[in-house]
Ligand binder design. Structure first.
Ligand code: HEM
Length: 513
């Protein structure tokens, strides 16, 4: 009997390899052998934090279309953005959120970001005015207030005996405090106390658990056993975190205030047009995560690239300090004209996108087309940002930090630094700007783009106006000061669990005299 079972298993095993590799409808798409016949190499790479780098390696080797698992194809052509994430059209149905990832909150309800296609427009609409340019203008003083506090804390450190800080923490504290206040009228008080709130520290662990849970979800037939083996602390933490954001929502709903925060726009609607309370609770915790983590990641990555490229840092400092003659002049409106700062952000989005993985979608059951390829229903698809943006067919010098590639050729700033490969006005003409879509596209793109840019511009401009930033200096045996660029952390080599796992970013600060 055992032999028969073993024989059946071997036959099943071998025939699924043969089918997946040579007879499956996706067999014509190239990919690494093991990945195309089994799901586990993908799941393993995902939960060990290497998926982003593995996917890039495969696209560099196989080209713009790669089969990453028996039922999954990855596309990096710019056309794939609108085909996969774009609006529903007459002959093109909207692709579906992948339920492997889009799981309900602990109250059993899907949040805005995970909502089913039929519920998504209803849930998104009430938030749209809260993220408009007009709303942002009304909220600018709140954002500036937290940046004042950031500058105050950094000034204190710059004046101390040890003027070295982990900027990753300061950026996280700032963006969490801002979204706590703008979202629910309550700061997390991270900046003032210079420490993470429980909610925030939980979140970083939660991202890792999320990658592990998604890996397990690929195997529904053993998922319940594997979930039972997961540490119970992960569930308790998820529940505690959800409880905290629910309390924030409920407190905000009870508060009698005419404050223009994000929830005020939703609460001002008639009940039938609002999200239900459980939906609002589930969505609130997503707004806190989405509204803080990606922006602080972007600020951390920008600082890391600037410190590793001192000539670019110098050029940006020059732009900021020659534009403003008082810190009070640094506003949302006035920072809009900083063209080199904008180019720096574009280049950091390209080299270290805050959402570096493929944002998972599924082809609708009746099938669909991506970049002219007809795919069977239920195929998993996505555009992996990190791989797409560093693909040598899309950008010249794809791994080099050259913000100038985003400037107009007529700009006064369009000239190479000493460390750049020589470039001239035609060098970047074939760069594929259209592929860089860090906020995604279509009906489920990022609702917080304006807020993200506002925070990024104000924080970076005020930081560079007030401080000189340096890689922390070491001393050699003779007491001479050394700056070792070779040893400094490289942002893009970090692991990813949906978002980047950010290591400390130590920066030496000195106040500009
Ligand atoms: C540099 C900063 C940011 C980046 C790169 C970014 C990127 C993205 C991306 C790629 C998506 C699409 C996710 C998907 O389809 O699954 C998204 C969705 C979303 N983002 Fe952002 N985001 C940023 C900042 C923000 C901010 C400041 C907020 C403010 C609260 C925010 C709130 C949201 C929300 C609520 C969604 C879900 C939208 C929907 O499903 O309708 N994001 N973001």
């Amino acid at each position: 009997m055992t032999l028969v079972l073993l024989g059946l298993f071997v036959i099943f095993f071998l025939s699924s390899i043969i089918y997946n590799r040579w007879f499956h409808p996706l067999s014509k798409y190239p990919g690494p052998f093991l990945w195309t016949v089994f799901r586990w190499p993908f799941a393993w790479s995902l939960q060990s934090g290497n998926l982003v780098h593995d996917t890039k390696r495969f696209h560099d080797r196989y080209g713009k279309i790669v089969r990453l698992a028996p039922n999954e194809v990855s596309f990096i052509d710019p056309q794939a953005w609108s085909d996969i994430y774009g609006h529903h059209k007459k002959d093109h149905k909207e692709f579906i959120k992948n339920p492997i990832w889009a799981q309900p909150a602990p109250n059993g309800v899907l949040s805005l970001i995970n909502a089913k296609e039929k519920d998504h427009p209803r849930m998104r609409k009430p938030f749209v005015p809260a993220f408009s340019v007009k709303a942002l203008k009304d909220q600018e003083h709140i954002i500036q207030q937290y940046i004042d506090l950031l500058m105050k804390q950094l000034t204190r450190h710059a004046n101390s005996d040890l003027p070295i800080v982990d900027m990753k923490d300061y950026y996280s504290w700032t963006t969490f405090d801002i979204i706590g206040d703008l979202g629910f009228g309550e700061s997390f008080d991270c900046l003032r106390k210079e420490t993470y709130h429980d909610w925030v520290s939980f979140l970083f662990g939660h991202l890792k658990d999320g990658a592990l849970q998604a890996s397990i979800n690929f195997y529904p037939w053993i998922a319940s056993i594997l979930f039972a083996l997961m540490p119970k602390s992960a569930y308790r933490a998820a529940k505690a975190h959800f409880e905290l954001s629910s309390q924030k929502v409920r407190r905000r709903m009870r508060a009698e205030t005419d404050r223009k925060d994000i929830l005020s726009y939703v609460l001002s609607l008639k009940e039938e047009k609002r999200l239900t309370i459980p939906e609002l609770e589930a969505t609130s915790s997503i707004i806190i995560l989405a509204g803080s983590e990606s922006t602080s990641t972007m600020l951390t990555a920008t600082t890391n690239f600037l410190l590793r490229n001192p000539e670019k840092l110098e050029k940006l400092v020059q732009e900021v300090r020659s534009t403003f003659h008082s810190e009070l002049q640094i506003t949302l409106a006035s920072t809009d004209c900083l063209e080199y700062l904008r180019a720096v952000f574009q280049e950091v989005f390209r080299l270290a996108p805050p959402v570096p993985t493929q944002i998972p979608r599924i082809v609708p059951p009746e099938g669909g087309s991506v970049c002219g390829h007809n795919l069977p229903g239920n195929t998993f698809v996505g555009v992996p940002q990190f791989a797409a943006y560093r693909y040598p067919g899309h950008f010249i010098f794809p791994d080099r930090f050259i913000p100038e590639r985003w400037l107009s050729k007529e700009s006064e700033m369009f000239y190479p630094s000493h460390s750049d490969p020589v470039f001239h006005s035609a060098t970047f003409q074939n760069d594929c700007h259209a592929v860089v879509q860090p906020f995604s596209v279509g009906p489920r793109n990022c609702i917080g783009v304006n807020l993200a840019f506002a925070e990024m511009r104000l924080v970076m401009a005020r930081l560079l106006y007030n401080f000189d930033l340096n890689i922390p200096r070491k001393r050699d045996a003779q007491g001479n000061t050394l700056v070792d660029h070779e040893e400094y952390s490289v942002f893009e080599s970090q692991k990813t669990y949906a978002l980047w796992e950010r290591e400390p970013l130590r920066v030496e600060l000195s106040l500009v005299q």
